[in-house]
Write a protein that binds this ligand. Structure first.
Ligand SMILES: [Zn+2]
Length: 155
């Protein structure tokens, strides 16, 4: 599932050139919310869920995607502590938006994003604002979905 940079050409590539999956492939990788959550969880917690407050790995799982720390009692999900926190936008939509953001050569407007994701422009603006806030000017250095889901979006 890793999306690797193309190291064969050696030329001055744009972000676009480095991505090796298409939108269709992306959507096939994440056909539903559960697959999107599993992906983000596996990137964030390769060794299983960890408490965002005390870092304990003694975690109880009460319902799908919702966890409680047995050490400090904190309830959390994979969104906690990321730009996706306190947002009702599906994880699948976040992944799709991240993909569109890193693959658009000249950037993407909230209007374009709202069309691509079939959502209200207000929601698209919010999403874009949070992503830009998290990524800053580092968009050029992004190489794959896995980096923006975890490294770049965790703050
Ligand atoms: Zn804890």
């Amino acid at each position: 599932m890793r999306i690797s940079p193309d190291t064969r050409t050696g030329r001055n590539e744009t972000v676009n050139d480095r991505l090796t999956i298409s939108t269709a492939q992306l959507l096939a990788l994440f056909p539903d919310e559960v697959s999107a959550r599993h992906y983000i969880e596996s990137r964030r917690w390769p060794n299983g869920p960890r408490c965002p407050v005390c870092a304990s790995d003694r975690i109880g799982n009460h319902s799908p995607g919702l966890y409680r720390c047995n050490a400090c009692g904190e309830a959390f999900s994979v969104r906690t502590g990321t730009v996706m926190e306190r947002s009702k936008i599906p994880l699948r939509t976040w992944l799709h938006a991240m993909y569109l953001l890193v693959t658009s050569r000249k950037g993407i407007s909230s209007m374009q994003l709202s069309k691509e994701l079939s959502m209200q422009q207000r929601s698209a603006w919010f999403l874009l604002h949070r992503l830009r806030e998290a990524c800053g000017k580092n968009l050029d250095t992004l190489r794959g979905i896995e980096r923006i889901t975890y490294a770049e979006l965790t703050r």
